[in-house]
Design a protein around this ligand. Structure first.
Ligand code: MG
Ligand code: MG
Length: 249
C-alpha cells in the first residue's frame, strides 16, 4: 500500500508542476494516467462505476468527482482539487489535494489552509484504540471554528485490496451512532471536503460532478493513513521516488 500511494504522490507532484493557466483538465488527466502506467500501476477511478477518466478534477464550486475535459481550461484565480487513485500489486492508493492557480482570493486561500489543517489534525487521531469519530470530530471542529462547513453527503473510507472499504470515515460527527475502533494495520483514506458556505451539495447532470448548492468554493485534501503501533503513518506523503520501486505491478 505504501508503494501504491507513492505512485499516487508522484503523480500529484507532477500535476502540481503542470498546473498553470491555460492547461486543460484533459491534459492533466492524461499526465496522471501516463505517470501511473509508466509505473506499472492501473488507474483506480477509470471505469469505477462508469467514471470516464483517471483523475477527478474539481474547480472552485466543484466539490469532488469533476470530469476532465478538453473544453475546460484552468484559469488564474481558480482553486483546483485533484484526486487520484491507483491499483498496484493488488492494493490501492488514494490521495487528493487542492492547489491555487496564480493569485487567488483571500477567502479561497483560507479555505484551502483550513481544509489542509483539518486533515493534519485528523491524521493525529489515527491511533490504535481511538474511534473513527475522533477523526470526524477533529475535522468538523477545526472547520466550523473558522466559519466553514463540512460536506455530509460524501465521506472518507477504509482502503486496501478494494478502493472503498469499511469503515466509513465521515468528516462530521454522527450523533448517537456507534463508531468503530481503529485497530492496528487499518488504513483509512481521510478526505475532508470543506465548503465556504453551506454544506449542501448537488450533483450536476453529468451524474458525477458534485457542486456546492450555493456555488461558493470548496476545497478537498486526502491522505491514506495506516494505524501502526508507532502512531499514524501517512502512506501517501511523498517520501520515495517511485522510480525506485522494484517490480512491475
Ligand atoms: Mg481520492
Ligand atoms: Mg478516497
Amino acid at each position: 500500500m505504501f508503494e501504491a500511494n507513492q505512485i499516487v504522490a508522484g503523480a500529484l507532484d507532477l500535476l502540481r508542476q503542470r498546473l498553470q493557466p491555460g492547461v486543460t483538465t484533459y491534459r492533466l488527466d492524461r499526465l496522471a494516467e501516463e505517470f501511473c502506467r509508466a509505473h506499472h500501476a492501473v488507474p483506480a477511478f477509470k471505469g469505477y462505476r462508469g467514471f470516464p477518466a483517471s483523475l477527478c478534477i474539481s474547480i472552485n464550486e466543484e466539490v469532488v468527482h469533476g470530469i476532465p475535459s478538453k473544453k475546460v481550461f484552468v484559469r488564474e484565480g481558480d482553486i483546483v482539487s485533484m484526486d487520484f487513485g491507483v491499483k498496484y500489486k493488488g492494493f490501492f492508493g488514494d490521495s487528493a489535494l487542492t492547489l491555487a492557480v496564480g493569485r487567488v482570493s483571500a477567502e479561497k486561500e483560507k479555505l484551502m489552509r483550513v481544509t489542509r489543517e483539518s486533515l493534519d489534525l485528523a491524521i493525529e487521531q489515527v491511533r490504535i484504540g481511538n474511534r473513527i469519530s475522533a477523526i470526524s470530530r477533529a475535522i468538523q471542529r477545526h472547520v466550523e471554528k473558522h466559519g466553514f462547513s463540512v460536506v455530509r453527503q460524501f465521506v472518507g473510507h477504509g482502503v486496501g485490496a478494494s478502493l472503498h472499504e469499511s469503515p466509513e470515515v465521515p468528516n462530521y460527527v454522527q450523533k448517537h451512532q456507534a463508531s468503530p475502533r481503529i485497530v492496528e494495520g487499518m488504513v483509512v483514506a481521510i478526505e475532508p471536503m470543506v465548503n465556504a458556505g453551506t454544506y449542501k451539495v448537488k450533483v450536476l447532470h453529468d451524474n458525477w460532478t458534485v457542486v456546492t448548492a450555493d456555488r461558493q468554493p470548496s476545497a478537498h485534501f486526502e491522505h491514506s493513513v495506516a494505524a501502526t503501533a508507532d502512531g499514524p503513518y501517512v502512506l501517501s506523503a511523498r517520501t520515495t521516488d517511485p522510480e525506485s520501486l522494484t517490480d512491475s505491478g
